[in-house]
Design a protein around this ligand. Structure first.
Ligand code: DX5
Ligand code: ZN
Length: 221
């Protein structure tokens, strides 16, 4: 299975967002991860469809939109229209999860389901056949720059095993506290997609160095 690096623009400099995305792309980013946070489901207030459509003009890379919002059903259509490639909703926010995931598929986007560090793998078991990606949070959602929670690693191994039986092409994405060291640990237990905000956009030697330091850990593909 291939591996993908998904820099999160949550730590980008928004004064020069287009250029920062291009720098990440040139350095070898595979997807651009966009963190939508509404101040209700998670603290912090970040970006809406307007930012997604601006990113769509800046790059051809897939836009991986992570919705950390209460009641995502109200918003998925607007994000699909803005140019999201995939839409990921949190199981903790979706009382009618099958319906929400089916709607995302109908809108023509890749389908993702996310779970917080404190949510067990069993919470998404009934929908594993419906998704293209499972996003495992390795920090509590809200802010970049938080410390990696290693207790999520066995959960990734458990989910990869289940997906191999039910839905082998689906990928597991990890999000929060990713550094070269935590990337390697999560890769070893079955992760394919790595989100990183701080390690890319706040790397002391610049964005390209941040991307390279993470890609170096990937096995040759
Ligand atoms: C957290 C977001 C993450 C965050 C990751 O709520 O979902 O994508 O930006 O930031 P780092 O890589 O700095 O932990
Ligand atoms: Zn995210």
């Amino acid at each position: 299975m291939p591996y993908y690096l998904a820099p999160s623009i949550l730590s980008a400099d928004f004064l020069t967002l287009g250029q920062q995305i291009k720098d990440a792309e040139m350095a070898g980013a595979d997807w651009i991860h966009i963190d939508v946070i509404d101040g209700h489901f998670a603290p912090n207030l970040t970006m809406g469809p307007f930012v997604v459509s601006a990113c769509r003009r800046a790059t051809q890379l897939p836009l991986d939109v992570h919705l950390m919002v209460a009641d995502p059903d109200r918003l998925i259509e607007a994000f699909a229209q803005a140019g999201a490639t995939s839409l990921t909703v949190h199981v903790e926010t979706c009382p009618h999860l099958h319906r929400t995931l089916t709607r995302i598929r109908e809108l023509g986007c890749g389908v993702g389901v996310a779970l917080n560090p404190g949510t067990p793998a069993s919470a998404i078991e009934p929908v594993l056949h419906l998704v293209d990606l499972v996003l495992v949070m390795s920090v509590n959602p809200g802010f970049s720059g938080q410390e990696f929670i290693p207790e999520v690693l066995p959960k990734i191994a458990e989910l990869r095993k289940k997906l191999n039986k039910i839905n082998p092409p689906a990928v597991i994405e990890i999000d929060g506290g990713i550094t070269p060291e935590t990337l390697l640990r999560s890769l070893k237990v079955g992760t394919q997609v790595f989100v990183a905000a701080t390690s890319v956009f706040k790397h002391p030697d610049g964005i390209a160095a941040g991307v390279q330091s993470l890609r170096e850990v990937f096995p040759p593909q």
